[in-house]
Design a protein around this ligand. Structure first.
Ligand code: FAD
Ligand code: SF4
Length: 321
């Protein structure tokens, strides 16, 4: 490994990952006046070039048949953007008999470039799984603690839905839903007859202009990427306002390898691999937000071993992740 370069400055915060969690952290922190550096393992994304919205099959190398001949895995070339949600050459294991698939998206915006935009809240009961069915643990916070933040997120990103008072799917701050299609009206009628709850979906798609973004024009191409940013992605909705503050430094193609802890036991830097130059560098920050997705965040914490933390960071229980 070549020499580790120290960054010339200490940022207020280093955010690792630019997806749903990292993007929101960067927006809030930069708008609050902090200097933030963001480390993202994947490349930058350019909607006008990378999104396949309104393209014809003959515009694509394999007429949309499938990336690397993987049409059977549903990885059509039409899928936005750049290579679907599995990472070639990076195997993982899963327990025998388990069919766990580790969906990842290594690109600016992470999996928010791919997600189905179904934007549901946890219900109060979801915070009490141990009490309810003996599985897992109860959360140390309740739905009521989190609800004001759901309000804020929905108000900003735009989610359509209807107030229904269903206990397993709490109501939120909603834009009006789109009008139902004929089939949906028929299904609703049948459900009502059978006394089955049938309500409009709750999706992070704009049914009217919202916070400077255009409403959906119902082209039905969401999975190809939305060039009008009418649905939510971190890359189109969270990172632009963060960049506009002038306080966000976004480093792409850099893989955080280890969180470095100082003598006082506090995290003080992140060591990362610059994939283009294959060199290891270090960036210093007063605080570090680990938002590399659930599994990759756990991996990073486990890789962050030191004399003070021989089993990795945040792992005093041995159960990190
Ligand atoms: C096909 C698909 C459909 C989905 N549909 C829905 C849905 O309808 N509703 C819903 O609620 N959820 C859905 N999800 C899940 C949702 O997208 C994720 O829960 C959410 O994006 C997680 O946010 P995150 O910030 O934790 O991680 P991500 O959005 O995955 O972002 C993590 C980022 O960290 C980067 N990274 C990883 N490791 C490192 C490292 N070591 N150094 C630097 N950067 C790193 C990655 O490149 C990535 O950009 C879907 C996911 C997929 C794949
Ligand atoms: S959000 Fe609307 S405009 Fe954007 S791709 Fe989806 S259907 Fe088309």
């Amino acid at each position: 490994m070549s020499q580790i370069n120290r960054s010339p400055k200490t940022y207020d915060v280093c955010v690792i990952g630019s997806g749903a969690g990292g993007g929101m952290a960067a927006k809030i922190l930069t708008e609050g006046g902090l200097n933030v550096v963001m480390l993202e393992a994947g490349p930058q994304i350019y909607p006008e070039k990378d999104y396949k919205m309104l393209m014809w099959p003959y515009d694509l190398p394999h007429r949309g048949a499938g990336i690397g001949g993987r049409a059977s895995e549903n990885f059509s070339e039409f899928l936005a953007p750049n290579g679907a949600w599995q990472i070639d050459g990076e195997p993982y294991t899963s327990a025998e008999g388990a069919n766990f698939q580790w969906f990842r998206s290594r690109i600016v915006g992470g999996r928010t470039n791919h997600w189905g935009r179904i934007a549901l809240r946890f219900a109060p009961v979801d915070f009490q799984s141990k009490t309810r069915d003996g599985l897992g643990d109860d959360w140390p916070i309740t739905y009521d603690d989190l609800a004001p933040y759901y309000d804020k997120v929905e108000s900003y990103i735009g989610v359509f839905g209807t107030k229904e008072n269903v206990s397993s799917a709490p109501d939120g701050v909603f834009l009006p839903p789109p009008k139902p299609r004929c089939t949906e009206i028929l299904i609703k009628k049948a459900c009502d007859k059978l006394n089955v709850t049938c309500i409009p979906a709750r999706l992070a798609i704009l049914t009217k202009a919202h916070n400077g973004r255009l409403p959906c024009h119902y082209c039905g191409q969401c999975s190809r990427g939305c060039t009008t940013a009418s649905n939510f992605s971190s890359s189109q909705v969270l990172l632009p306002p963060a960049m506009a503050t002038g306080k966000l430094t976004l480093l792409t193609g850099v893989m955080a390898r280890e969180i470095v802890v100082g003598k006082d036991g506090k995290a003080e830097a992140v060591s990362y691999i610059d994939k283009a130059t294959r060199t290891e560098k270090r960036v210093y920050a007063k605080a570090i937000v680990v938002a590399a997705s659930a599994c990759e965040s756990a991996r990073l914490l486990l890789n962050s071993k030191s004399v003070l933390f021989p089993d990795g960071l945040g792992n005093s229980t041995g159960n990190v992740g």
